[in-house]
Write a protein that binds this ligand. Sequence first.
Ligand SMILES: Cc1cc2nc3c(=O)[nH]c(=O)nc-3n(C[C@H](O)[C@H](O)[C@H](O)COP(=O)(O)O)c2cc1C
Length: 239
Amino acid sequence: MGIGQQFIKATNSDMPQNAGREQGLQQPYLEVLYDGKSELVQIPEPDFLDDVEGSFLELIELRSSVRQYSGEEMTLKQLSLLLWCTQGVKMVTDRTVRNVPSAGGRHAFETYLLIRNVEGITPGVYRFLAIEHLLVKVGGEEMMNEIASRGCTQPIVQTASVVFFWAAQVDRMTWRFGERGYRYLMIDAGHICQNLYLTAGAIKFGACAIGAFDDNAMNEILGLDGENAFVLYGASVGK
Ligand SMILES: Cc1cc2nc3c(=O)[nH]c(=O)nc-3n(C[C@H](O)[C@H](O)[C@H](O)COP(=O)(O)O)c2cc1C
């Protein structure tokens, strides 16, 4: 039996899942905490974002993967809207309530951004603090170029205004669902990226999903251990 079939079998609903919650473990934090030292970057708050015009059906029907970008700058408001629609937090209780669905409301992703061409933001790598709706700087241009040269070498990573990378924070999901939670991580990632496609379309930008990248290099560059935290999915956005 191949590894894929083994995975589906082992995460079947009949199997013991070893969820952390059932073992009495404390619930993991709802986001990877800010270290208190790194540079923070303010972005427009969700309340101040403009609604977007256009037909909903047209937005869905015209969605396609866009890989050619003009190099036009993205505004801070546009970046904020993309973050709001993909991972924005509407309410915090014992979990977060966001603009995308997530199994058990676990929302087990951290959003990393490779920012090349956004109004007023120094090019580099940032992480979205979803609860605070802020960016925290992770690295400068050097890290950004490392990602483009060995993490993900597709041309879209070099020409997009912003590239999103969604990193799973596994324990946030498996605490509730155990091994079956790995299925939900993959499903959840799809919802996030679809909202990115549609929001990008609504503001007349183009997006392209990214599933092909060097896992080890991406995780190493972003300082993720590759087991409890790893990049699962990404997408480029440009005009
Ligand atoms: C899970 C997934 C991974 C993908 N990875 C890439 C990728 O790494 N690079 C790329 O150029 N397109 C990628 N795509 C985009 C697909 O190639 C694209 O969705 C498909 O060709 C259909 O075209 P459309 O999106 O324009 O309808 C990916 C799409 C999905 C859903």
